[in-house]
Design a protein around this ligand. Structure first.
Ligand code: GUN
Ligand code: ZN
Length: 487
């Protein structure tokens, strides 16, 4: 069977890819708007106008309604929704987790999804909540995985692609184990499940743990869906960690609550004097017009969709330019808990590093978290290969007296530290950094420099530093080298 997913571009652990489904190929990362088959406030057929390439709906809602069920079985899901593109269907697991009991079992809902012509079907997994302890999460995971394996067998001869939700609660070992077990079984799509409660309570650091753990278990070549992630403020981070698909019920749920989404946070419409967006809704109306309109909810939902797709295009553009991580760092300023997510993400820099193309666009220093970026981590390892002999001058920007008399000249640039001057114009040392380095940036640079000096005991070092730099490691380095002075 040809691969249904092809990765075409990479940046950080993110990628742009092509996903082939029975109803056409989509370019990822992409968002599937959630369509309620009962009330299509914005009809599925209008979704491409916002930038949607595929949609998602709930097969259990269709199954439960006699009318919808009959129509879906006789004319097919695509005719029911009047949508020709790829459609993913969820299984009713969410209803199961909320109501505890549903009228369908795993085999029935898989067969139903096949029968109505779903492009991507989902078995009846158990979305284990974050509150579940390890034992509870482990036993629910065993049931989920057993149902997934049953679904795989039932789907043997079907054109339907099969999604295998990776569960495990907030237990990193279980998420990784689930990823490994399912990843080896040959499903088509891997949603990371039960993350909605984490996002609703702003637990972005836990969200990062869950994503990275699942990704560590899964093969890097498979498409990954972050189930229930529809707020544009998380797209950059989630894509940079390797998520390819998102679904948004949020555009409609937020609209119902009178909330106006932007990639930089959410507003309550009632608090808005101005609309900071240029979509057709926001150009055509003032905030008070929308608030007073009988179509308020629909207008907000439309704006929310435009804002959602604008952000995914921005994420893709950043990825193509190789500066997705800078966008992640910018978005992390939206909310302190998102910044916690970024801080957790940089603890996985070693893992991200293996996917990050080693040469790309200019590194921009965006603050202390930038010192933990893969480029900096990579130099900390690469400098081990630098063998220095004779005299070595380490100096900040600007030539010093008698510079040409040294056997080696290294440029000291925070947060990297000392590197051969010849590499000044090459990536990542052509980085755009602040002229006044902060403490974290100096720490990183001085630690790397110290390591380089320790690794080359035969060389004779001279260290020149700026008077304005106030850092305890400077004195330490001065004691290790033959000569030092400040400029
Ligand atoms: N929608 C949001 N989260 C989940 C999940 O974990 N499983 C399923 N099937 N649907 C979801
Ligand atoms: Zn708008």
């Amino acid at each position: 069977m040809p691969d249904i997913f092809e990765i075409t571009h990479k940046d950080s652990a993110g990628r742009i890819g092509r996903l082939v489904t029975p109803h056409g190929t989509v370019e990822t990362p992409t968002i599937m708007p959630v369509i309620n088959p009962n009330i299509q406030t914005i009809p599925a057929k209008e979704m491409p106008g916002f930038g949607a390439q595929m949609v998602i709906t709930n097969s259990y809602i269709i199954y439960r309604s006699r009318e919808l069920k009959e129509q879906a079985l006789s004319s097919g899901l695509h005719s029911l929704l009047e949508f020709d593109g790829p459609i993913m269907t969820d299984s009713g697991s969410f209803q199961l987790s909320v109501y505890g009991d549903i009228e369908v079992d795993n085999a029935q809902i898989i067969r139903f999804q096949q029968d109505i012509g779903t492009d991507i079907g989902v078995p009846l997994d158990i979305p284990t909540p974050p509150s579940a302890d390890w034992d509870a999460a482990k036993s629910e995971l065993a049931i989920t995985n057993q149902r997934l394996m049953e679904a795989l067998e039932l789907n043997n001869d079907s054109p339907m692609l099969l999604a295998a939700p990776v569960q495990g609660g907030i237990h990193k070992d279980l998420r990784e184990q689930a990823g490994r077990e399912l990843g080896g079984a040959g499903f088509d799509i891997y949603p990371i499940g039960a993350v909605v409660p984490l996002m609703e309570s702003y637990r972005y650091a836990d969200l990062v743990d869950v994503i990275v753990s699942a990704k560590k278990g899964l093969p890097s070549s498979v498409p990954v869906h972050l189930f229930g992630a529809g707020h544009p403020m998380v797209f950059a981070l989630a894509v940079a960690l390797g998520c390819d698909l998102f679904d948004s019920a949020a555009y409609a749920l937020y609209a119902k609550d009178g909330r106006y989404m932007t990639a930089e946070g959410t507003y309550h419409l009632k608090d808005m004097e101005y609309l900071p967006c240029s979509c057709p809704v926001c150009i055509g109306h003032t905030a008070s017009e929308i608030a007073a309109s009988p179509n308020r909810q629909e207008l907000l939902a439309r704006h929310n969709l435009y804002a959602t797709f604008a952000e995914i295009r921005l994420v893709k553009q950043a990825l193509r330019e190789g500066n997705l991580w800078e966008l992640v760092e910018r978005r992390a300023r939206i909310h302190p808990r998102l910044l916690d997510g970024l801080k957790r993400a940089v603890t996985y820099a070693d893992w991200i590093e293996q996917f990050d193309p080693s040469s790309k666009s200019t590194y921009f220093y965006c603050g202390p978290e930038s010192t933990k970026r893969p480029e900096v981590i990579r130099w900390n390892t690469r400098l081990e290969r630098l063998e220095l002999e004779g005299t070595v001058l380490i100096r900040p920007g600007g030539r010093v007296k008698h510079e040409s008399e040294y056997d080696n000249v290294l440029h000291f640039k925070p947060p990297f530290g000392a590197y051969p001057l010849e590499l000044k114009e090459t990536y990542p040392f052509n980085a755009e950094v602040v002229n006044v380095p902060d403490h974290e940036s100096l720490t990183s640079a001085l630690e790397n420099t110290k390591k380089l000096i320790e690794l080359n005991p035969g060389a004779e070092f001279t260290f020149v530093y700026r008077q304005s730099w106030d850092h305890p490691l400077i004195q330490e380095i001065c004691q290790m080298v033959s000569h030092s002075w400040s400029v």
